[in-house]
Design a protein. Structure first.
Length: 590
């Protein structure tokens, strides 16, 4: 482009130079013509015309346009111009001046002028060739420029295709693969430009994503394994709790628990040694699927394990881990597991073992407490039976013994009337004692239906209706308050004794039994519409009162027998069950 501009710049005066050189030729012919016309005409005007033409010729000859043209052209043009310039000033102009001075035409001047015109023609031709040469040069430059541009365009397209199109296509293909989940793609662009750096970044990103995915997959596998372990641990805890709760009042079978524990934690040798809290030797030794070395156990060296306070010890190529079965200061034994040297227990294995070693002593302690409670209940019931036997049968038998002594004395004296009276009293005492015995047997055999206190009370009401003509009504609203079996039995005894006394002694027509709760307390209200109660009357069943008072004392309740509104008798009993919060202190309504 610069060359074209330069050639165009130096060629911008070529046409004017050709035109001006042509004017030189025309001006030469004009001067020659004016000289020839001088032969025909006279006067000063022709001389002035020739001089004007000569001055005009010199102006054209010395014009800077002609000089500018050959200043940058070839030597030939410059030589031709200087020859014309020299010939004009050395021969042509002096010849014309001589011709004007003498007034006659010199044919030599004519011939010389003709030759001068020929040289001017040569100069014009030189200017023309010079202009054509420059045009050709301009064409050549343009052709070269166009060819160069085409080459540059093709080369640029090649460079664009190589350095831009192909990298972009590779990057786009890699991006689509990554989008479709193929992270193993590799962009092969080897250059130091932005695409190369982008390819390196994309390859590094793919590697990083693959590493992250692998790490995430590894973490997922670890978390899945942990969840599976936790699931198995929870299942083991559930099975253990279920087995313990199902057999809380019977014999525990810990063998399935030990086998499942061994399978869960992945250790083939797990031992369970059980002992009493007071003892030092195991009464039961259970082991998992793989039987351990029993030499120490066969020798009954239990104290070495029970007195060992270390959590684990090393024996040869294995570790022995000890988990005490202790709760509330009571030691029920040990769980002992064996692991190989260099493979200690993991955290989750230790947690499962600690959990199981907490469940087993809890179950054993609960069973121990239940057994102690049963023993206390048995002793308590035996005390109640002893007192009731003393208050009933013992006193009746003492009375009968006294009557037998009287009968013996009367028989010795031979008093028939007195003997008959004593025999009558003996029969009455025997009947009373027999009745009391039946009531005691009924009381001792009293139990609860499997459905609970309500069904037992309903069965009692049905029995009372069958045995008497009284209308017996039951109102039971104790569904929302739980009672223990011990509380239900004693409450049932009190209700039965109160109802039986009402049926026997009230002489009424209606009996209402109400069992309800209020402010966390259990209330029993047995009321009849018969005669008022005389607690001092011997006809009243003091044996029943003794039973109710004893049961009330056992439940730490309050028993009140009165006659509200001076009609009938009311037995009101209330106590606070152990399943609720602190008892509510209240005054019984009068």
């Amino acid at each position: 482009m610069g060359s074209s501009l330069f050639v165009a710049w130096i060629a911008k005066g070529d046409a004017a130079s050709i035109n001006q050189s042509g004017l030189l030729r025309m001006q030469s012919y004009k001067i020659l013509n004016q000289l020839m016309r001088k032969e025909l005409e006279t006067g000063s005007t022709r001389q002035e015309a020739v001089e004007d033409s000569m001055n005009h010729f010199e102006l054209l000859l010395n014009d800077k346009l002609l000089k500018t043209s050959f200043d940058v052209s070839s030597t030939t043009l410059k030589t031709a111009y200087h020859d014309i310039h020299r010939q004009w000033y050395s021969s042509i102009k002096p010849g014309i001046q001589q011709e004007l001075l003498h007034g006659r035409l010199n044919w030599d001047l004519y011939n010389e002028t003709t030759y001068f015109v020929t040289q001017i023609n040569h100069l014009v031709t030189s200017y023309q060739k010079n202009a054509e040469k420059r045009i050709y040069l301009l064409e050549l430059i343009q052709i070269i420029t166009i060819a160069s541009l085409l080459f540059l365009v093709i080369y640029a397209l090649h460079i664009l295709k190589k350095n831009i199109a192909h990298p972009l296509s590779a990057l786009n293909e890699a991006a689509l693969k990554v989008k479709n989940g193929d992270l193993n793609c590799h962009v092969d662009i080897k250059s130091n430009d932005e695409f190369g750096r982008l390819a390196e970044a994309m390859n590094a990103m793919s590697k990083s994503i693959i590493a992250v995915y692998r790490d995430l997959e590894k973490q997922i596998e670890q978390e899945t394994a942990a969840v599976e372990r936790n699931k198995r641990g929870l299942q083991l805890m559930f099975n253990t709790s279920h087995a313990i709760n199902k057999n809380i009042n019977g014999k525990f079978d810990f063998q399935p628990i030990i086998n499942e524990l061994s399978d869960t934690i992945g250790l083939t040798q797990v031992d369970l040694c059980l002992k009493t809290p007071e003892g030092g030797i195991a009464y039961d030794h259970l082991y998992s699927n793989e039987a351990p070395e029993l030499s120490r156990c066969m020798q009954r060296l239990c104290e070495q394990c029970f007195k060992n306070e270390k959590k684990f010890i090393q024996q040869g190529n294995e570790y022995k881990h000890y988990y005490p079965l202790s709760i509330d200061g009571k030691d029920f034994g040990r769980i002992i597991c064996h692991s190989k040297k260099g493979a200690p227990l993991t955290k989750w294995q230790d947690q499962i073992l600690q959990s199981i070693s907490g469940c087993i002593p809890t179950a054993l302690n609960i069973r121990l407490q239940v057994e102690q409670g049963n023993r206390l209940s048995l002793l308590e019931e035996r005390s109640v039976i002893a007192r009731e036997l003393h208050d009933s049968l013992a006193q009746s038998l003492s009375y009968l013994n006294i009557q037998v002594t009287r009968l013996q004395k009367a028989h010795t004296k031979g008093t028939e009337n007195q003997i008959d009276a004593i025999i009558g009293e003996l029969k009455q005492g025997i009947n009373t004692t027999y009745r009391q015995l039946r009531e005691l047997l009924t009381t001792f055999r009293l139990g609860l239906n499997e459905t609970g206190l309500r069904e037992s009370l309903i069965a009692m009401v049905i029995e009372l209706r069958q045995r008497s003509e009284m209308q017996v009504e039951l109102k039971y609203t104790l569904e929302n308050l739980p009672l223990t079996s011990r509380e239900e039995i004693h409450l049932m005894q009190i209700a039965r004794e109160a109802a039986q006394n009402a049926v026997k002694h009230s002489e009424g027509s209606h009996l209402k039994i109400s069992v309800y709760d209020e402010s966390g307390e259990v209330f029993l209200n047995v009321r009849d519409d018969g005669t008022n109660l005389d607690l001092n009357a011997e006809k009243y069943d003091h044996f029943g009162l003794a039973i109710m008072s004893e049961r009330s004392r056992i439940l730490n309740g309050q028993l009140k027998i009165d006659a509200p509104d001076q009609t009938g008798t009311r037995v009101l009993f209330h106590f606070h069950p152990i399943s609720t919060s602190a008892p509510v202190v209240r005054e019984l309504s009068q």
